[in-house]
Design a protein around this ligand. Structure first.
Ligand code: THU
Length: 248
């Protein structure tokens, strides 16, 4: 994999400006991150955020951030460097093999699968683990919630699963249903921000919510967010290589 290819996985229908980076962990694994925009612009996931959280949600420690260029795109680079203690290098020709995060599960998803995944949650602030499994064409992409010192920069399990899948190159036709559990809560349900992000990527899929070893609810993504934010004015700006649920 190289930056030229990785950049094409970016989801940038609103800016048309693909962005990608890679985090190398202390144990030598590579975690790609691409920019994933949202029609509600502040819900955009930055490439560094995507890569760092993919790494730490895998129980790994970031060591080096590899950027294709020195462009400062307002991504709080020094915050990420200081908080996670990595150094940054620039190498446009960098090549790497991304860590394969796909989980193979035979048979139906069970609560146990999600409970096991919860052990990876990075939850210094909340002690409230959440796990999500996103179906892809060859298995499931896992996500857990990951928090950092800045509460507002953390990501929910659902968005980590989605950003990992997109950063791994799974397009809309290769992503499917999502399975979610939050064992510490008396009820599980994706937050509003996750719903808006899900609407953009897995709108036609089903969301399965698990609690106490049973599936509580299976609901269509669209039904989770009636009257969701949308605007033809914004979606008209779609870039040519971008796949948006709103640009069909
Ligand atoms: N959280 C999720 O992972 N998914 C949701 O849908 C709701 C909230 C996480 C975020 C944070 O790490 C913790 O739960 C408490 O808000």
């Amino acid at each position: 994999m190289n930056f030229k290819k990785l950049s094409t996985f970016s989801y940038v229908p609103y800016s048309g400006k693909p962005q990608a980076c890679v985090i190398q962990s202390v144990s030598g694994h590579f975690y790609p991150g691409v920019r994933i925009e949202n029609i509600s612009y502040p819900l955009t996931i930055g490439r560094i955020q995507a890569a760092v959280f993919s790494c730490i949600a895998d129980g790994e420690k970031p060591e080096t951030l590899i950027l294709p260029d020195e462009a400062d795109t307002g991504e709080l680079l020094s915050y990420w460097e200081t908080t996670f203690g990595f150094t940054t290098i620039t190498d446009a020709d960098f090549t790497f093999s991304p860590k394969n995060l796909v989980v193979k599960i035979s048979g139906n998803i069970r609560y146990d699968h999600l409970l096991e995944l919860c052990k990876k949650a990075v939850i210094p602030n909340s002690s409230f683990p959440v796990a999500a499994l996103l179906q892809v064409n060859d298995g499931f992409i896992p996500g857990v919630n990951a928090e950092t010192t800045g509460w507002e920069l953390g990501l929910c399990a659902e968005r980590i699963a989605l950003s990992r899948a997109i950063s791994a190159g799974y397009g809309p036709s290769e992503t499917g249903n999502m399975y979610i559990a939050a064992p510490m809560g008396d009820y599980v349900s994706p937050c509003g921000a996750c719903r808006q992000v899900m609407m953009e990527h897995i709108q036609s899929q089903r969301i399965h919510l698990y609690q106490n070893h049973t599936e509580l609810l299976s609901v269509g993504c669209t039904d989770l967010l009636p009257y969701h934010f949308s605007s033809d004015e914004l979606s008209k700006k779609s870039g040519k290589n971008q796949q948006s649920a709103f640009s069909e």
